[in-house]
Design a binder for this molecule. Structure first.
Ligand code: GLU
Ligand code: ZN
Length: 309
């Protein structure tokens, strides 16, 4: 697929596993501003292939919340569940290149082996009858990339993940494979997302190389954590933003306190649209703190409903 050259193409890719919480609004806002400030395009993709984790109706709620905050996307929303053929084609290509092998190891068997798969099923005769996952072989050596915010990041996949799963035993395509295939198909030029995915990036770059896809740029912004250091999520009692007033509270809070921008006081009672036009015109990505996590007290954010876990 070819896309207009030189146009910035960004995206926000929530998983529909619950309501949009402040941590996701913050990431959506940063990627939206980065795209719009460059006159670029901004897409939304719903990462719904991990069906056991998806919550019916969560996609609609997330999209509605984005709209209420004025975060309007280009084109139609891409659903991963519509892209299974794309993932199959990517898997076939890896298979043709002799990169895949079935793994029958159970979670129990792997217990205590650490984060890197020890490669037990590498080179074993194929027994297609047993339930198995498909793993992709990694190469020795380090994968290095320059993150726009976090700087140089390197990882030796053999030590950190080992050969990793691209197709799960429950017949679900793995996130690593899907994200690489989709971002390429959408012509995404820069992936701006939370630092919780920073250490997934080398696996994604490994897949891009095997599939001969050009790498996008990366920018990982800090993840919001609660005072106990847990990533904000529904499970950790994070504030949901879907039912709160779509007023200036969360947007201004995110701009001022989390993204290091300097919105003027006049915006205090402005509608989201006005706040966003100011933010697009004055966006400075350098304002974002160069750290991996920011601890916040959910109760300190105005107009946010705190949902209990
Ligand atoms: N769907 C993923 C998540 O919600 C994000 C995917 C990505 O940005 O690469 O954690
Ligand atoms: Zn195995």
């Amino acid at each position: 697929m070819t896309h207009a050259p030189n146009t910035y193409r960004g995206r926000f890719a929530p998983s529909p596993t619950g309501s949009l919480h402040l941590g996701s609004l913050y990431t959506a806002l940063a990627s939206f501003l980065e795209a719009r400030s460059q006159g670029g395009l901004w897409f939304v993709r719903i990462d719904d292939i991990d069906t056991p984790r998806c919550l019916p109706g969560a996609d609609t709620r997330i999209l509605k919340t984005l709209e209420r905050f004025g975060l309007c996307w280009d084109g139609t929303v891409d659903y991963q569940s519509d892209n299974l053929e794309r993932y199959r084609a990517a898997l076939d290509k890896l298979e043709e290149n002799g990169r895949l092998y079935p793994c029958t190891c159970s979670r129990k068997k792997l217990e205590g082996t650490g984060s890197a798969y020890p490669g037990w099923c590498r080179g074993r005769p194929r027994d297609r009858l047993q339930p198995h996952a498909l793993r992709v072989r990694v190469d020795p050596g380090t994968i290095v990339f320059e993150d726009r915010l976090q700087g140089r990041f390197s990882q030796n996949l053999a030590d950190t993940s080992g050969d990793f799963i691209v197709y799960r035993r429950d017949k679900i395509y793995a996130y690593q494979l899907a994200v690489v295939a989709d971002d390429h198909a959408a012509g995404i030029t820069e992936i701006l997302r939370g630092c919780d995915l920073l250490d997934n990036t080398p696996r994604q770059i490994h897949l891009q190389r095997l599939l001969q896809l050009p790498p996008p740029a990366y920018c990982h912004i800090p993840v919001l954590v609660n005072p106990e250091g847990q990533k904000l999520s529904k499970q950790t009692g994070a504030p949901a933003v879907d039912d709160c007033k779509p007023g200036p509270g969360p947007l201004l809070h995110a701009l001022l306190r989390l993204l290091g921008q300097n919105p003027p006081g006049e915006l205090l009672n402005a509608p989201p649209k006005e706040i966003l036009s100011w933010a697009i015109a004055h966006w400075r990505i350098e304002g974002i703190p160069k750290c991996r996590r920011i601890a916040i007290m959910p109760s300190s954010i105005p107009d946010i409903r705190v949902i209990s876990a």
